[in-house]
Design a protein around this ligand. Sequence first.
Ligand code: DGL
Length: 270
Amino acid sequence: MAVGIFDSGLGGLTVLDAVSKRLPDVDFVYFGDNEHAPYGVRNADDVYDLTTRAVERLWAEGCDLVILACNTASAAALRRMQESWIPHDKRVLGVFVPLIEALTERQWGDNTPPREVAVKHVALFATPATVASRAFQRELAFRAIGVDVEAQACGGVVDAIEDGDLILAEALVRSHVDALKRKMPEPQAAILGCTHYPLMEQVFQDALGEEVTVYSQANLVAESLADYLARHPHMKGPGELSKFLTTGDPARVSDRATQFLRRKITFDAA
Ligand code: DGL
């Protein structure tokens, strides 16, 4: 009964934490491609090659369902994977759709035409690759009309978090929020479109102001996964152990992960 969770590095641990609390009876195998992080500055072919390699590794662990807990991979690689690469007995799901459903107040599987929604001015904070893909705007346009999205590529934030330099990460977040506000002075909602950013959620909220609703993915993805598994119970694969795998240095990655989640996390070499 195992499900795979993939991220380029540590950011997906925010999703792992939420899904394992929501689904305590399911085993999760986490794969962090720390050796190749950050993905946010890579081109789409590179992100596709790295993501497909990691997903194959998670299938080999008995995880027939893999969640790409990485917006950059979801934005730059998932559509291509779903079109031509994923075998019929496996599934790979991304983290964009649950977020957009929450923003547009839609239910899962609601395929009615796009309609007007309450939120009109949305700030999107994401990696340079996610912003360049415009995948968020594409998915949003399937569901809502009349929403103005201003995207801010948050260069440097993922590197600072992966390096454990939270002071630098905070300074960068504040300067990216300032840059966004120069383009869109009064956003109603802000999307943290990178799984690393919930680690900085309070800083985003402070810099944006209390009146801005900040959407963070982890809990939304956990609810969507619970709903998906209730409807597709056979997609819990044959794996029987929760574990953490990394392409990076297991000791170093374990230290950082333990610091982020404030509980002991031990990574093994992938
Ligand atoms: N945390 C990932 C995301 O959600 C990737 C960040 C990166 O590797 O640049 O986009």
